[in-house]
Design a binder for this molecule. Sequence first.
Ligand code: NI
Length: 395
Amino acid sequence: MTTMLERAKALAPRLSAIRRDIHRHPELSFEEVRTARLVADTLRSLGVRVDTGVGKTGVVGHLGTEGPIVALRADMDALPMQELNEVEYASQVPNVMHACGHDAHVACLLGAVMLLRDREFRGQVRLLFQPSEEGMDAEGKSGARRMIDDGAMDGVEAIFGLHVEPLHDPGTVHLSEGPIAASLDDFRLVVRGVAAHAASAYQGIDAILVTAQVVSALHTIVSRRIPPVKLAAVSVGTIHGGTRRNTLADLVEMEGTVRCYDPQVRETLLAEVRRAAELARTLGGDYELTFSGGYPAVVNDTALTALVRSVAVQLLGEDAVHPLPPEPGSEDFSYFLQKAPGCYFLLGVHAPGGTRRVLHSPHFDMDESVLPVGAALLAQAALAYLESQQRAHRT
Ligand code: NI
């Protein structure tokens, strides 16, 4: 009997062709019109029921008609940067490039559909081709949130997704239960004071001095409000204020970011940022504080991570499967994980020739021999989940 991985490897030329087609024609967040059409056409040609325009430019495919639903996700958007690779399949769109490997994610998921299509299984597999993982729309919502708003996760009991990672050896799988990517909350704080001559400072409220107290307070949050065993970061990245050396500033603007891995820690951090800002009023000034971003942490389910690990070991061997320490980056897969338990894992890829080229670099490229591996992992994870549900129902 041909194994899942052997069947996947037979798809290699087709998956490379899909990845290269998308790589040549990258589209920015919420503009994935051509990519969505390619996905929908490919799914239809495979006999899959398709919904388009889900979460603006997203596509949802449906395999199977009844029973528990497991979802598989691929993000589709590219980045606003100029590709510097001189390859035949380089981006044909100036200043837009698939530098985060989302072209590969689409190819892997379409490969998984090809593998699942001729397998018999009880249950349903929902295929989520998501727009805009990298960006948010005017209302501050990324692609995952838009798809959820449109019902893409309704009834889903488990979800799996992968991301390529050029720092790891090709074809290796990296995963851990619990938090593996940080929550992200950016903030903007405007501190208002009262202008006065610098020599008569008592007549005004110095927005710069007030801001200095606020910045100090922000920097005590992690050291004095968060248990030392928890990971967290609060950083101020920009600060602008004042117009003249002999005039008290009446306005200071600053921006910063808050990262952590635990929802309770996140609640504390955000409350403490508000409290620190409140100092501006205590000291006689005023403030406006706004948060944006708001990605939750990616938290992998224990049982489903064990399931993906055993699938990876079965397909690739014990040596290819590694733990994944929490990463400071963020990923909007976290929104799907708030709707259903699941597992997000990394798939090692190198660039052609075995070199390492980091994500979000204008030189990012990948060894396409891993595309069938990603396809087999996703397909087998979905099957393993549906089989586990059948066993659960029998007992
Ligand atoms: Ni990415």
